[in-house]
Design a protein around this ligand. Structure first.
Ligand SMILES: Nc1ncnc2c1ncn2[C@@H]1O[C@H](COP(=O)(O)OP(=O)(O)OP(=O)(O)O)[C@@H](O)[C@H]1O
Ligand SMILES: [Mg+2]
Length: 469
């Protein structure tokens, strides 16, 4: 492992040539436990005509900026780091190396995970070097050839079953550390030379062929006109599949596009993100996007799809932005999955919506936040409902067995679909619970219906009128 005490950061400001951005300094609280970090832009970067803030907490200033209280690392670096799947692999490979060449630190921290992610496949455009220069951190790993997919699946399965050999582990560390997320996945190069993420079957998937359903959701999104990455659905034996999604943050072999998750864009850091609603996210899109109207309309469409297929795992790292050289745009959609579960705290449409049982009618009241008229909003919801209703034909085309289709049909809630079909801008939004009559002194107050926030049930209550200053 590289014991590096600070990192020199580079990015791609167009054309595929790395530009030096500045220096990232970690601060540790014992061992390699990351406590906070600071960043200082290089004057050359600040003077560059295409320079942009690499993370929202890092304005283009010449002085050192420190992480805010709710972060140990700036958001964009968190997005470039591995998540559960990648971290486990890096830690396991590190333990293996320690046996052969005992090092100082046994347990790695978040700074090490950032440094040890493969440079070739690291998410977004940020690249790192040690202060002494040399090669990129970490440039000793790559991606598997798509023709080796069977081996990748078999090795990942052995790893999950805790029977992986040292050789298996080294192989996985080479090809599978960088993408975020918790599901098993690997980096692959397609037949056409594109870098892609292969989302693999998971030992906990049970009887559900999860990746076929994810391919179905992406097909629905594509049919609706939502921007999707190029993807392929591949069979992995009789009853499981692999989803191969081309990396949307790469253009050709050399160009890397900047990336930040919605969580980073909203500067959520370590704060619980479950109480933030789509309506609040619309404000962030309005402020950040270089094409706010187009991105707001598309986000509205994605919410309609999310609700109508009961995509419950829609946390704020499952939405993101790409920097296309001139500004930030909503990235293509990813990680959308139909689900039969209602026990998950999903993102609510607005404060009036119930995150465990979202209602498509609540989109009516937020159309304006997405820069849509009531009629435009209704047309989008009708169109999404029309497409979603045709899910069985897509399921058949992916060879999903009828029994599994029956089991998953609850995800495509027919009540919600019929409500969506009849959705009218004139219909009043759903009343989740009735507001009691306003009491004296509550003039201008807003009734907030019962909802779940941060995992806790919040009873219906009056929110005092916002005072104008
Ligand atoms: N087509 C793509 N191109 C570039 N990056 C992608 C693409 N698809 C996903 N990603 C990135 O990889 C990360 C992991 O992918 P994804 O969310 O699909 O995995 P997951 O394991 O299902 O996640 P979760 O833990 O949310 O269930 C995403 O957060 C996103 O940053
Ligand atoms: Mg995800």
């Amino acid at each position: 492992m590289n014991v590096v005490l600070e990192a020199h950061v580079y990015t791609d400001l167009g054309g595929g040539t790395p530009t030096f951005v500045g220096v990232l300094k970690p601060s540790f609280s014992g061992g390699r436990n990351l406590a906070s970090a600071s960043f200082q832009y290089d004057s050359g970067y600040l003077a560059h005509p295409r320079a942009y803030p690499i993370s929202p907490e890092l304005p283009l200033v010449p002085t050192r900026t420190f992480t805010p209280e709710n972060m140990t690392i700036f958001g964009s670096f968190a997005d470039a780091s591995p998540d559960m799947w990648g971290k486990k692999l890096i830690q396991a490979n590190h333990a293996l190396r320690l046996e052969k060449q005992p090092g100082v630190y046994r347990k790695l921290g978040d700074f090490d995970f950032l440094l040890n992610v493969s440079d070739f496949t690291r998410m977004g455009a940020l690249r790192l070097k040690a202060p002494t220069g040399g090669s990129w951190l970490a440039s000793d790993s790559e991606a598997a050839n798509i023709h080796d997919l069977e081996r990748v699946i078999a090795v990942a399965r052995r790893y999950e079953d805790q029977v992986a050999s040292d050789e298996d582990l080294e192989y996985l560390s080479d090809i599978a550390t960088s993408p975020g997320g918790a599901r098993p996945k690997a980096n692959v190069i397609t037949e056409f030379g594109n870098l892609a993420i292969a989302k693999l079957p998971h030992s906990k998937d049970g009887n559900i062929d999860v990746e076929s359903w994810e391919a179905l959701a992406l097909t629905l999104a594509e049919n609706i006109g939502i921007r999707t990455p190029t993807f392929e659905h591949r069979r992995a034996g009789a009853d499981k599949s692999v989803l191969v999604a081309h990396r949307f943050d790469r253009v050709g072999e050399d160009v890397r596009l900047g990336y930040m998750s919605a969580s980073t864009a909203m500067e959520l850091g370590t704060l619980s993100d479950s109480g933030v609603t789509y309506q609040e996210f619309a404000d962030t899109i309005s402020e950040l996007s270089s094409q706010p109207a187009a991105d707001l309309h598309e986000m509205f469409t994605r919410i309609a799809l999310t609700v109508l297929i009961n995509n419950v795992d829609d946390h704020w790292r499952n939405h993101g932005f790409l920097h296309d050289g001139s500004g930030w745009r909503l990235s293509p959609v990813f990680d959308v999955n139909p689900s039969t579960s209602h026990s998950v705290n999903s993102r609510a449409i607005s404060e009036q919506d119930d995150p465990r049982n979202r209602d498509i009618r609540n989109l009516a009241s937020v159309a304006e936040s997405f820069s849509l008229t009531g009629e435009q909003a209704a047309a989008i919801v009708h169109s999404v409902a029309d497409h979603v209703e045709r899910w069985p034909a897509i399921a058949n085309s992916f060879g999903i067995p009828v029994e599994q289709q029956k089991a998953m049909s609850r995800a495509f809630d027919t009540n919600q679909l019929s409500v969506a079909r009849e959705y009218s801008p004139l219909a009043p939004p759903r009343i989740v619970d009735l507001a009691p009559p306003a009491q004296p002194g509550q003039a201008g107050a807003v009734w907030v219906a019962q909802h779940v926030r941060g995992g806790a049930q919040v009873a219906g209550h009056w929110r005092a009128a916002r005072r104008s200053s």
